[in-house]
Design a protein around this ligand. Structure first.
Ligand SMILES: [Zn+2]
Length: 194
């Protein structure tokens, strides 16, 4: 079990780090960590990440989706919840709309991971794209959860991506690597066209 205050601070810092590392391109993403067998701490809904404080982080039971306190959790919490429920070894989840991922995700195609170093971090040579579905719908949760099978990330068509790992540090590495892998994939098309 993780200390709740420590978890709040970690998730809050990670929200800001998404900004600093350029992983927030279109709109805010969301970050969570598992704190017990039933609970996660997740970023709140509708807040600017540069103004977040640890007290704004929300504790949610990922089995019942009931949250503590008066601050609303991220509207995309269902996806985080589903991942923690079905993957006991996963300790952190990040969902973003980062730029190069968004470009590949808008093509609604699986990502071919070209660099073996990227494959090692992403856990697969192909990162699957879940078909388009409305944000926060049952379908997007189900399809994305399925797309992530056998790897550490999934694309979400016309939307963004979700990255998973044992802890936040690992997941940041996955997010950044996925961004690099998408940029490389896009540039491989440009080279062919030239
Ligand atoms: Zn989203």
């Amino acid at each position: 079990m993780m200390d709740i205050q420590e978890a709040r601070e970690m998730v809050c810092r990670s929200g800001k780090r998404l900004l600093q590392e350029g992983l927030v391109a279109r709109t805010w993403g969301n970050v969570s960590v598992r704190i017990s067998n039933d609970e996660m701490v997740i970023t709140p809904s509708g807040r600017r990440y540069d103004e977040l404080t640890p007290a704004d982080m929300v504790i949610v039971n990922f089995r019942t989706l009931v949250h503590q306190g008066h601050i609303k959790p991220s509207s995309e919490l269902k996806l985080h919840a589903e991942i923690y429920k079905s993957r006991p070894h996963i300790g952190a989840v990040i969902h973003t709309h980062q730029m190069y991922v968004s470009i590949v995700a808008s093509a609604q195609k699986d990502l071919q991971v070209l660099d073996p170093a990227h494959q090692a971090i992403l856990g697969a040579s192909v990162i699957k794209a879940a078909p388009y579905a409305l944000p926060n719908s049952k379908k997007i949760t189900f399809d994305t959860e399925k797309a992530i099978e056998g790897s550490n990330a999934a694309l979400m068509s016309n939307h963004g991506c979700v990255c998973i790992g044992r802890n936040l540090e690992d997941v940041f590495t996955v997010c950044k690597t996925l961004e690099d892998a998408c940029a490389l994939y896009i540039s491989s098309f440009k080279n062919k066209a030239a």
